[in-house]
Write a protein that binds this ligand. Structure first.
Ligand code: ZN
Length: 162
């Protein structure tokens, strides 16, 4: 069994139990969305998920269904929602691990930072009075392309002022 199938099996079991407890109807769409979420590495926006579902998984789903299902998966604690400047981003959290993200304040780009040192440091932060459930660290700033764009704007402003 691959790791993806493994995660999906656990997630589907948890979702089934959660919906049973809340008397929510089990629909094939919800489980298909969960399957794609489990297979999608890292963080993604609703738009990106929508594209993956339609292009890679060949699964037609409305954005409303996608939004509602993401809310359900969030309530069932199967995904975490990163609320960032522009759009919400989601991530499967069956096996939560420390995460470091760079967030562009201008375009909203979100990129994971590969930093085992920070991840190790985060994993060592154990506090008896506090349980970390969402080990995420955000660095807000400007991405390269926004930096270039803003320096071009500044230069043209300086030129026009002369
Ligand atoms: Zn940017």
């Amino acid at each position: 069994m691959s790791e993806c199938t493994d995660i999906y099996t656990i997630a589907a079991q948890r979702l089934t139990e959660y919906m049973k407890g809340k008397n929510i109807r089990k629909t094939p769409e919800r489980f298909e969305i969960l399957r794609i979420v489990c297979q999608t590495p890292g963080i993604f926006s609703i738009d990106e998920l929508h594209e993956i579902m339609e292009q890679k998984a060949k699964f037609q789903v409305s954005r409303v269904t996608l939004f509602n299902t993401m809310k359900l998966l969030e309530d069932a604690k199967l995904i975490i929602k990163h609320t960032l400047a522009r759009a919400a981003h989601y991530e499967c959290c069956i096996n939560p691990h420390p995460l470091v993200c760079m967030v562009c304040q201008k375009c909203g780009m979100v990129r994971k930072l590969e930093s085992s040192k920070i991840e190790n440091w985060l994993s060592e932060q154990k506090c008896k009075q506090f349980i970390i459930t969402q080990p995420v660290l955000y660095f807000h700033g400007l991405c390269r392309s926004c930096m270039v764009k803003s320096s071009i704007k500044k230069r043209s402003r300086v030129k026009s002022e002369k």
